[in-house]
Design a protein around this ligand. Structure first.
Ligand SMILES: Cc1cc2nc3c(=O)[nH]c(=O)nc-3n(C[C@H](O)[C@H](O)[C@H](O)COP(=O)(O)OP(=O)(O)OC[C@H]3O[C@@H](n4cnc5c(N)ncnc54)[C@H](O)[C@@H]3O)c2cc1C
Length: 467
């Protein structure tokens, strides 16, 4: 944990001049909202920027970029502030905070939506679901649309409709020179390829344009719980069951101690459980038929898979990942759930100690895998499953122990790693970023970086250095 610098060197005249034309707010150390505004989702990260530029629009973003360049400031760009390693916060430099940019416009006729960079997933879902439409995105409503999209975007609807980037039609982006450009298949197609997985390396996206997909407001969704001791058997059954499942079905397996939520009976609270969380993005009756064999496996402790509004299901994990707790992650993709992978998983899951730790194991495939691996910068379309091994504690107490558990679990899986999803990386160094993209794509991304940001102005990210 860092401590506040006693004095942040800064050109006061210059910042006053910036403030005079800024439509949003400039927040500085000592301001009453500074501590609130520098806080990000992962409570284990504590950094002290010299200025937080809360942008109200594109003109503010351009002004902030030009100011930071002129003053040689390190820049961190913040969408929703959910980067696991806290890349949207920096010490001593400028945070360009897009949070106030909340504009959303849905065109139900054209089935498109435009969303500004400060939009959170739940906000976009609310606007699109008003028309029975959706942008496939992630599974926690307070996650930022920006960072999630720029890394790829995996979630409940991806097996039916693809990743979030697969819905992207265009972006508006402010470059390291402070120029606004548009990227789409027709305009700057190289940049459009790069922003679909390459993160914030090439500039600041101020607005996204998406194609929308039809989605009935009610889906068959929710978790079914078994005792954790049955994990190895359940996962073997699950492996065979999903092999035949249609793309409408998306599942996430979660190992954890049962949380004290209203849907969970009091006698289960704190008990180690394994759950399969389902979401069937199709007619409910069809979903019932598909899920029936899962419900019939063993004797579930709890079956909360039921018809419900998609928006309710989208918020299901919100209480499990609130802002402010201490989180640590290690991730990897595996090709399949072999007996060995299953046994490692079942064995390590039994050792979860914190009641707040809940690690998701994602089913991949479907529409994600039908897009060509080289069509976008995102890598790992052929992955069978994504492990997002996470440890959480409320404060620093117990954090080291949980982090060690995450590391040892991840290391045990190492012989089975294939790729890794860039949005699930911690601060793990250049070699891991290269692994996330694969050698060939990494070189292509480097060439793009040389073209759009040769000075590596945007480097507080999963960085692809230009040379
Ligand atoms: C609770 C939780 C749930 C999650 N669930 C999912 C999930 O279901 N599916 C999934 O795919 N991922 C998920 N993630 C991972 C998520 O995709 C990343 O954490 C992502 O970076 C979050 O985006 P953000 O805008 O909130 O992050 P930020 O921390 O604001 O930004 C993350 C990175 O993107 C850059 N960036 C952000 N906005 C812009 C922009 N407009 N232009 C240029 N660069 C930008 C930042 O500089 C930083 O490097 C989850 C994360 C959390 C914490």
């Amino acid at each position: 944990m860092s401590t506040p610098p006693s004095e942040i060197e800064f050109d006061e005249t210059a910042v006053t001049a910036l403030g005079e034309s800024f439509r949003g707010a400039l927040v500085r150390p000592g301001d009453s909202t500074y501590d609130e505004q520098r806080r990000i989702w992962n409570g284990s990260i504590d950094r002290f920027p010299a200025v937080i530029a809360r942008c109200a629009g594109v003109a503010d973003v351009i002004a902030a970029v030009r100011f930071a360049r002129a003053n040689g400031l390190l820049v961190a760009v913040r969408g929703g502030g959910h980067s696991f390693p806290g890349l949207s916060l920096c010490d001593g430099g400028m945070v360009i905070d897009l949070g106030p940019m909340k504009g959303i416009r849905v065109d139900p006729e054209a089935r498109t939506a435009r969303a500004q960079a400060g939009v959170l997933l739940g906000e976009l879902d609310r606007e699109t679901q008003a028309f029975g439409l959706a942008v496939p995105s992630g599974i926690v409503t307070h996650t930022g649309l920006s960072g999630l999209t720029l890394g790829g975007g995996i979630g409940w609807l991806m097996r039916k409709y693809g990743l979030t980037i697969d819905q992207l039609l265009s972006v508006d982006l402010v470059t390291a020179e402070g120029e606004l450009v548009r990227a789409s298949e027709a305009e700057n197609p190289d940049l459009f390829w790069g922003v679909r997985g390459g993160g914030g390396n090439f500039g600041i996206v101020t607005e996204f344009e998406f194609e929308l997909q039809p989605l009935e407001p009610v889906v068959l969704a929710g978790p079914i719980f078994w005792p954790m001791e049955q994990s190895a058997g359940l996962l073997r059954f699950y492996r065979d069951w999903i092999a035949e499942a249609p793309d409408e079905l998306m599942t996430i397996v979660v190992h954890r101690k049962a949380p004290p939520l209203p849907i969970v009976p009091a006698e289960l609270h704190g008990r180690l459980v394994v759950s399969v969380v389902c979401c069937y993005a199709g007619p409910v009756e069809e979903g019932e038929r598909v899920v029936a064999p899962l419900r019939a496996f063993g004797s579930p402790l709890l079956d909360a898979c039921a018809p419900k509004p998609f928006l309710t299901h989208q918020a299901m994990f919100d209480p499990s990942f609130p802002p402010g707790w201490w989180y640590y992650f290690r991730s990897c993709d595996v090709a399949e759930l072999t007996d060995e992978v299953i046994d490692i998983t079942a064995e390590h899951a039994m050792r979860i100690s914190s009641p707040l730790t809940a690690f998701p194991l994602w089913q991949m495939g479907g529409a994600v895998a039908r897009v060509g691996e080289s069509d976008t910068a995102f890598q790992g379309r052929s992955a069978g499953h994504t492990f997002n091994i996470s440890g959480a504690t409320e404060t620093v107490d117990g954090f080291d122990r949980e982090r060690e558990w995450v590391r040892s679990f991840w290391s045990a899986l190492e012989p089975h790693h294939t790729s890794v999803y860039v949005n699930f990386l911690m601060d793990e160094g250049e070699e891991r970023i290269r692994q996330a993209y694969g050698a060939e794509k990494y070189e292509r991304l480097k060439a793009l970086k040389r073209r759009y940001d040769p000075g590596n102005f945007f480097r507080r990210n999963q960085n692809i250095p230009p040379d």
